[in-house]
Write a protein that binds this ligand. Structure first.
Ligand code: KG4
Ligand code: ZN
Length: 328
């Protein structure tokens, strides 16, 4: 089949994004507008503010993405839009925009699960990554181990029983007064501190490979005021890494995978990446992590998941619903 050009749209959380990606892995354009400053005063994403900001931002971003790629709308082969899970007011913006563009251009619509975007994103940056692979999907809303067996074939091996890993980073940042978004701030503080604060490793050593971070967050709250902030950050990050590695090592046992792969916003963390690389080496597995810009939310991963679904013959009707909850 000849090369296909896919326009991707994303607005499920606090990034508005549009990108154009080809089925032979060329990112022709990728535009993104974050809303950090709008949400920072509230210490977290405010759904109503996010939805309004997406409405204002998306149309200019689509125009810019087309202009960057030197394409007209009718030259794309399909429109892929995130249809969930996420903040429903935000999800609807990209999905309804995608429907309108697909209808106007007479091209197929592909409704993409945001988690599938993260799950397939490593195959955009690494042409040699074949199915099946074991994926640690660590973002602000999710913490899962998935066996990615193929496009639309995901087997969930483990999930978090309370908070997501990124959520724990964000809450720790808030407790330490480091600002929002928290992950990168905690990573910077951790680099200045020493991991000397005793913190728990929830579920470490348990037989099921599930994750838990709520107890860690409470322990961080108790440590505030007793220790230096940077030392707490370093200790927290060390505890998260320890838990992620222990749980992933448990999850690997018994699955046949070609590679250990990490994706999602927390995959941008250097300590997390380094520890997973060591684990992969220990297991004789290849380690694959997308470049940092592809780890955090973006539309190139949605366009790429669209390209993979399109190649598999998976397109959607224009009445496809937006979903706040949508397990992979
Ligand atoms: O995938 P993502 O951009 O959005 C969701 O789908 O949730 O992930 C955002 C999460 C946030 O919780 C953010 O604090 C975290 O990823 N994050 C990081 C880093 N960069 C982003 N966590 C740890 N270290 C980082 N460098
Ligand atoms: Zn995400």
């Amino acid at each position: 089949m000849s090369e296909r050009i896919i326009l991707g749209l994303e607005s499920s959380c606090d990034e508005t994004a549009a990108a154009i990606v080809t089925s032979d892995r060329r990112v022709l354009s990728h535009r993104l507008l974050g809303q950090e400053s709008a949400h920072a005063p509230f210490g977290g994403v405010v759904p109503e503010i996010a939805a309004r900001a997406h409405v204002e931002a998306l149309d200019p971003l689509v125009r810019a993405a087309l202009a960057d790629a030197g394409l007209r709308l009718d030259q794309v082969d399909a429109v892929a839009a995130t249809a969930g899970p996420g903040l429903i007011g935000g999800v609807m913006v990209a999905l309804v925009t995608g429907k309108a563009l697909a209808h106007a251009a007479g091209k197929p619509l592909i409704a993409v699960n945001h988690l599938e975007g993260h799950a397939l994103s490593p195959r955009l940056s690494d042409p040699d990554l074949d199915f099946p692979y074991l994926l640690l999907l660590v973002s602000g809303g999710h913490c899962q181990l998935l066996l990615v067996e193929g496009v639309a074939r995901y087997r969930r091996i483990a999930t978090t029983i309370d908070d997501a890993a990124g959520e724990a980073f964000d809450k720790t940042a808030k407790l330490l007064g480091l600002g929002f978004p928290g992950g990168p701030m905690v990573e910077q503080a951790a680099a200045r501190g020493r991991p000397i604060v005793p913190l728990p490793r929830p579920l470490k050593g348990s037989a099921e490979p599930h994750f838990s971070f709520a107890g860690l967050k409470s322990a961080v709250a108790r440590a505030v005021g007793q220790h230096e902030g940077d030392d707490i950050a370093a200790s927290f990050q060390a505890a998260v890494v320890d838990c992620l590695i222990d749980r992933t090592r448990r999850g690997i046992a018994g699955v046949a995978a070609t590679a250990l792969v990490v994706a999602g916003g927390v995959a941008a963390n250097g300590a997390v990446r380094a520890a997973l690389q060591d684990l992969a080496a220990e297991r004789g597995l290849r380690f694959v992590a997308p470049p940092l810009w592809l780890c955090t939310d973006n539309a190139a991963m949605i366009a790429w998941a669209g390209a993979e679904r399109f190649a598999a013959g998976l397109t959607d009707p224009l009445d496809v619903p937006a979903r706040a909850r949508w397990p992979l």
